[in-house]
Design a protein around this ligand. Structure first.
Ligand SMILES: [Zn+2]
Length: 241
């Protein structure tokens, strides 16, 4: 009698282990299937800009900053129209990575920037600018007015200081926006305004910090009273102000 009971307990414990293993295996399979359906959360899935931003996106974007080939592969994979230009410049202003987006509402021209900066611009336009323009103004973005990307100079044009991210076109200065309905939004004029324009500007400045490493606005200092400075500096999550 005693022997039968202990045998039964033994079998019961074995069954329980088996059930736990089965549950674990089912969870792993479900997890893998879920990641396959949500590649934006999968750290091993190659980055594709057609996917929404997910938990794994920032780490993947970060890795691209030191890897031009991988960055260009992302543009190819994501079917983004772009042009790869010959390197140019000398010394601290040598630009090995000159990538020009093919179809993008930058105005008056689409300047070549680094590939990571191009990707940050794409994400900012798609996930921040366009949704904010539709929500606040019920219109699409027609033009993003910029003041330039490349400028061979040190910070604030000083003789001795760190080189500006503009020296390698790893940055872009944005002065305003034009919407499809003709509305003009200007950083200098509208930044402190109480109206929709001011609200739009402050919202898209905050949103730029999700894809760019550094975001400087009129809140930062007087030198940025008329534009947003956006760059992909090596230190990730630098200033966002
Ligand atoms: Zn700048």
């Amino acid at each position: 009698m005693k022997l039968t009971i202990s045998r039964r307990i033994g079998t019961f414990a074995g069954d329980r282990r088996m059930v736990l293993l089965l549950i674990l295996a089912a969870c792993l399979l479900a997890g893998r299937a879920w990641l396959a359906a949500h590649p934006q959360h999968d750290p091993w899935a190659p980055l594709d800009l057609r996917h929404p931003v997910g938990w794994a996106t920032e780490a993947k974007l970060r890795a691209l900053r030191d890897d031009v080939r991988a960055c260009r592969a992302v543009l190819e994979r994501s079917d983004i129209a772009h042009e790869v230009l010959e390197p140019a410049g000398e010394g601290a202003c040598r630009r090995e990575d000159r990538t020009r987006l093919g179809d993008f509402p930058l105005s008056p021209t689409i300047p070549p920037v680094t590939c990571p900066a191009a990707i940050a611009l794409l994400l900012w336009e798609r996930d921040v600018l366009d949704p904010a323009a539709r929500r606040i103004f019920d219109s699409k973005i027609a033009e993003i007015e910029h003041l330039g990307a490349y400028s061979c100079r040190r910070l604030y044009g000083r003789d001795e200081d760190h080189w500006s991210e503009h020296a390698t076109a790893n940055a872009l200065d944005i002065a305003g926006f034009v919407l499809e309905d003709g509305t003009r939004i200007n950083v200098m004029r509208d930044w402190r305004g109480e109206g929709d324009e001011g609200r739009f500007l402050r919202e898209v400045r905050d949103g730029a910090c999700g894809s760019f490493a550094t975001v400087l606005s009129p809140d930062y200092n007087a030198a940025h009273a008329d534009h947003f400075h956006l760059d992909m500096s090596a230190r990730w999550r630098g200033v966002c102000r």
